[in-house]
Design a protein around this ligand. Structure first.
Ligand SMILES: Cc1ncc(COP(=O)(O)O)c(C=O)c1O
Length: 462
């Protein structure tokens, strides 16, 4: 939600006199619509200048979201930003391209038959996860009702290090979240402890390919094997949704042998963010079900399409169509080999940074970027009581780098880590400068003879 208006802010925004044209207001209300229109150039200058104070997206090593595309992609974007994805009848080509894209994604994820798979684009992984979760819930309800059993206490099993979208899903759709605790020994959902959490009310298990806190893959095949054992013992047939927000567009290119996708028979649905390692600007996700039968009919609505009807399953109605065209652009532009090269380049930079940070006495790596090009580290135990990773984050911010520090989830909440997400566009040279800045900061902090005062910490959200 919005911040409260700051009472110290003047009620009006004052305009630089050079921006305002003759006759235009020299100031405008901060929290109300102004009375009169202004020239587009003036409005542009104001918006441009106010947004200038945002961080530099390329130096934002907190986000997973795409911050760089070719100039031609910008042209595609500019030509398509007026298209509404839901107007399938008016923009049938965009609708057809959307379908081609999710079929390509289904193929990348080894859907047994991409022709009978079903999928769609979304505004991001959050919406895609909600759709995957809703399908699990509805299928569970339908099967329970058919057996005359109650449907009032569904639960979803996952690791405590899930992204906030799964907490939201459970909260918004009245599903009990069951978190398998994270520990130093079991850093991901690996099947350990699953038996205590799964029962007849379990709608499914979520496995994360690229845990947000650290970038690690959860071993989906191990989770599946643990569920096989549970089925043998109890008869419960629990299926998996893979949240591959970032990893599902990395693993097919960097770890093609790893079976995490529809090659694992228990995996019924998978989501990813087109706008993360799909390499598109913000506003795009994908979700695919292994087979049409896994998406309950009762969740599907129809919109008109070329005078006929087209099934849709979405939370939003209107949504930009341009991002779908951008994804198609990237698929054409890069192909499998291009994606492999881009993700490999990011991983090389991430490993270079991880090795450099791991060499410093001040730190201990949590992981080394060998899954997605993301890694986290902590301060080496007992290294210093005079500074923390939050202080390092602040100091790097002074140099323009955004490198968040945050506590691990509940069961390891005493542990603070810092994370770097390497994306396309962070070159080896930039990484070298970042490493220099980290080393210089550590030298500075290690000379402190007393603890730094507690600075206010910006809370980082996953
Ligand atoms: C594992 C995971 N799931 C879901 C999401 C939400 O994705 P989006 O930002 O595309 O809605 C994220 C975002 O970081 C994520 O890391």
């Amino acid at each position: 939600m919005a911040h409260r208006p700051d009472p110290r802010d003047p009620a009006d925004v004052t305009l630089n006199p050079l921006f305002a044209r003759p006759g235009e207001a020299r100031s405008l209300p901060r929290y109300r619509l102004g009375e009169q229109p202004m020239l587009p150039e003036t409005a542009y200058q104001i918006v441009h200048d106010e947004a200038m104070l945002d961080g530099n997206a390329r130096l934002n090593l907190a986000t997973f979201v795409g911050t760089w595309m070719d100039d031609e992609a910008r042209r595609v974007y500019a030509e398509a930003f007026d298209k509404n994805m839901i107007d399938k009848d008016e923009y049938p080509q965009t609708a057809a391209i959307e379908e081609r894209c999710w079929r390509m994604v289904a193929d990348l994820w080894h859907a047994p038959d991409p022709a009978t798979a079903i999928g769609c684009s979304t505004i991001g992984s959050s919406e895609a996860c909600m759709l995957g979760g809703l399908a699990l819930k509805r299928r569970w309800q339908e099967s329970r009702r058919a057996q005359g059993k109650p449907v009032d206490r569904p639960n979803l099993v996952m690791r405590s290090a899930v992204q906030v979208v799964w907490e939201k899903f459970c909260n918004y759709w009245d599903v009990e979240p069951r978190y398998v605790p994270i520990s130093e020994e079991h850093r991901t959902l690996d099947g350990h402890g699953l038996r205590e959490h799964v029962d007849e009310n379990t709608i499914g298990v979520v496995s994360i390919l690229g845990v947000t806190y650290t970038g690690m893959y959860e071993p989906v095949a191990k989770v599946s094997a643990a569920l096989d054992e549970i089925q043998k013992e109890t008869g419960l047939d629990v299926r998996i949704h893979v949240d591959g927000a970032s990893g599902a567009m990395v693993a097919p290119f960097l770890q093609p042998e790893l079976a995490w996708d529809f090659r694992v028979p228990r995996v019924v649905s998978i989501n990813t963010s087109g706008h993360k390692y799909g390499l598109v600007y913000p506003g795009l996700g994908w979700v695919v079900w292994r087979d049409r039968s896994l998406l309950p009919e009762s969740l599907v609505f129809t919109v008109t399409y070329l005078g006929g009807d087209m099934p849709t399953f979405a939370l939003n109605f209107s949504r930009p169509g341009a991002q779908v065209l951008l994804q198609y652009f990237q698929f054409l532009r890069l192909g499998r080999e291009g994606y492999r090269e881009v993700q490999q380049a990011s991983q090389d930079v991430a490993k270079f940074l991880a090795a450099g940070i791991g060499r410093l006495d001040a730190f201990e790596l949590w992981n080394d970027a060998s899954d997605i090009p993301v890694f986290a580290w902590r301060q080496a135990p007992g290294h210093s009581h005079n500074w923390t990773l939050y202080d390092l984050s602040d100091r790097l911010r002074q140099k323009g780098w955004l490198v968040p520090a945050y506590p691990m989830p509940d069961d390891l909440a005493d542990l603070t880590v810092q994370r770097i997400v390497v994306r396309n566009g962070l070159s080896r040279d930039m990484a070298r400068s970042l490493l220099d800045d980290i080393e210089e900061s550590v030298r500075y902090f290690d000379k402190l003879t007393e603890p730094l005062p507690d600075a206010p910490r910006s809370s980082y959200h996953h």
